[in-house]
Design a protein around this ligand. Sequence first.
Ligand code: SF4
Ligand code: SF4
Length: 412
Amino acid sequence: MTQSHGASGQTHPKASSGGAKGAKVPVGTRVVIDEAGLASLFSVLVKVGYQPIGPKVRDDAVVYEEISSPSDLPIGWSDEQEGGTYRLVPGTKGAMFEYLVGPTSWKKYLFPPKQKLFAADRKGNGFKIEENKEDVPAYAFIGVRSCELQAIKIQDKVFGFDREDAHDKGIFSDPGYVARRSKALIVAVNCSRAGKTCFCSSMGGDPHVREGQGFDLSLTELSPDGKHEFVVEVGSDRGGLILDLLPHRAAQGADMEAVQAQAKKARGQMGRKMVPKVKDLLQRNLRHERWDEVAERCLSCANCTMVCPTCFCTTVEETTDLTGDHAERWRYWDSCFSVDFSYIHGGAIRRENRARYRQWMTHKLANWHDQFGSSGCVGCGRCITWCPVGIDITKEAKVISESDGVMSQKMD
Ligand code: SF4
Ligand code: SF4
């Protein structure tokens, strides 16, 4: 059995165990596959041991779940998104990837919402601790957008992925995340359009993926209602091995012109924009009066943190059985919008809505830079779309920038 290396440089033996016998297609190669080629991609991924995860329609939204063939994709569906609004609408006939990001993100697979950490069983005068040893599946994520690749990179840093020196340097490294991420194969899909809540361009991103963003293969869907084809770019050795097993033709100049035209169109459709230099802006406006105004609208429902592909806050809970002989510790997603999240001895330190909203927004856009060396926001727009009262992080930043230094009389 040979071994192959993913976009992350991680080794994953399964990737080549299905018989990637041909020559590896070099990184950077661009080819074209048709619908039959896309169906082959699914078959090959399953054959070499991956569990495909991708977009499908459920409960009137496009969500990421287990899928097994292109027929599971949201064929012919598009969406309309605005602050507090999401609607599936009929799109271009036959289009498989015309939808934009929905309420789920890949983090639910790499960083599950609920996870057992360990169990403890009474033994003599003490306890025997059993670490949670889960069987980590090898996911193949199909349809990862450019902003989502960026979000995965951000969580890689948070969870200490790709840091072999993490333990020696005392850097936190989450073994479950690292195991799942190491095995995951990423098939990116370029956005054919941008939505009204998208603002990746002003966060340093782009609707089309770029070299070095960490994908194994990327797809650009062309002419779904005509000659339905996909331009495929190889992003890693592992992607090259898989592509070699698919029927394909070399990409021509006209194919690449169509890709460029699509990228240009999507860039022009970007619905929102983040103000420049937002880190400094927010850090010098911690007592701006806008925090009071937004607090009156914010429901503290935590939707924005649940849908955000980079938010990573958790809580832990212990449970015991009735005899007290068996206990388990579980980790759950939590949110800085819950009062309990900031509970320390004596009570919660962020009791008011404005303190919680300010914590979230300033962490995302400002303090994240100090902590992790980048913004914690990729401009996917999910927090705007899925906020029930339509609070818009770009608008809040803009209002503060237009009244920079207008201080609230209230003290925290
Ligand atoms: S803060 Fe909002 S726009 Fe930014 S990454 Fe999170 S959900 Fe997306
Ligand atoms: S900003 Fe919106 S989504 Fe976030 S907690 Fe407040 S009401 Fe909920």
